[in-house]
Design a protein around this ligand. Structure first.
Ligand code: G3D
Ligand code: MG
Length: 318
């Protein structure tokens, strides 16, 4: 969630606070749009959610507006209303069901049709549901949608696979979009401030947990460490059938980032306005290192790995 609070923070410093940013989220029905938006907006915000009709959902949070629309098979009236939304969107997210083979052609057709109404807005293409066995290989999707052609156009594009169910690749790709929306102003903070971390086996056994800082700050953050522990264990149970999963949880003014890959689950506690995508990248890199050590039966000290590889991302007392 927190990357949205981050957009808003940055937005207030970089933009006129009244200026509305609107993001159009489109895709065939069943592609996963509602699931994605719920996952991103989860719990923290009270959503205004007027429904225009069965296939338009609008979510608002302060100056951000997410318009979610099921394309394909719409009436001309609906289509003309929708095209107005697309034309004025600051960002476009296309959600594609990687396992819905029967409707690939329709999705491609609707995708290109939609893009004709807005030739500038940055485009985030999400090939969703990669957790499913039936999901088609990303290279096939690339050629199906002719990404090479799109890359050569003026528009800024990002194509990625994700799973709304496991969270895999979801937060990082949205981070790309938020950066595009914020490109008028330099993103000030590129680092995170790591307050603490966890290393678990996917079986649920904890290998390590730690807090950074002086004993005084450590004791201040101890309840948070315990709470995070509880959340990680819950996540491990929820995601036990998936090899890869990611999540981002907000507690007070901190966020907990969790990444599962194969036999390991890693977590970091960072500040709420820190760039979550960086924390995810750090965890993925550390995952490789830890997995290698584990395979070689070498000693693992998670906190030490972070301190040596990411010294500038460690929380320092003010
Ligand atoms: P839409 O808003 O684009 O129409 P929804 O799609 O978000 O309503 O999702 C349609 C169905 O796909 C939902 O299942 C939802 O749980 C599922 N879904 C969404 N994203 C993923 C994903 O990444 N992986 C998997 N496996 N399923 C996903 P139900 O059963 O509730 O209809
Ligand atoms: Mg929906």
């Amino acid at each position: 969630m927190s990357f949205l609070s981050r957009i808003l923070k940055k937005q207030y410093s970089g933009f006129d606070s009244k200026s509305k940013r609107s993001i159009a989220i489109i895709g065939l029905d069943g592609a996963g749009k509602t699931t994605i938006i719920n996952r991103l907006l989860k719990s923290e915000f009270n959503l205004v959610r007027p429904t225009f009709g069965i296939n338009i959902e609008i979510y608002k949070y302060r100056s951000l507006e997410f318009i979610v629309y099921d394309i394909g098979g719409q009436t001309p009236l609906r289509e003309s209303l929708w095209n107005k939304f697309v034309a004025s969107a600051d960002g476009i997210v296309f959600v594609f069901d990687s396992a819905d083979k029967k409707r690939f052609k329709l999705a491609v057709q609707e995708f290109y049709n939609t893009l004709t109404y807005n030739e500038k807005a940055p485009l985030l293409f999400l090939a969703n549901k990669i957790d499913l066995k039936e999901a088609v290989d990303f290279n096939k999707i690339r050629s199906l949608f002719n990404f090479n052609k799109l890359i050569r156009e003026q528009r800024k594009c990002e194509f990625t696979q994700c799973s709304a169910l496991t969270g895999e690749q979801l937060f990082e790709s949205w981070d790309w979009l938020t950066h595009q929306l914020l490109s008028k102003k330099e993103i000030s903070s590129m680092n995170v401030k790591i307050l603490g971390g966890y290393l678990y086996l996917s079986s649920g056994d904890m290998l390590e947990e730690f807090l950074c800082g002086t004993p005084k700050t450590q004791s201040k953050h101890f309840p948070l460490l315990k709470e995070g522990n509880y959340e990680i264990q819950r996540f491990i149970k929820q995601m036990k059938n998936y090899q890869k999963a990611e999540t981002l949880l907000q507690t007070g003014n901190k966020q907990l980032i969790i990444v599962k890959e194969d036999e390991l689950v890693l977590g970091l506690i960072i500040q709420s306005d820190d760039p979550a995508a960086r924390a995810i990248r750090i965890l993925k890199n550390l995952h490789k290192k830890v997995a290698k050590k584990l395979a070689n039966k070498e000693k693992i000290n998670f906190q030490e790995f972070i301190q040596s590889d990411y010294p500038i991302d460690i929380y320092l007392e003010e």
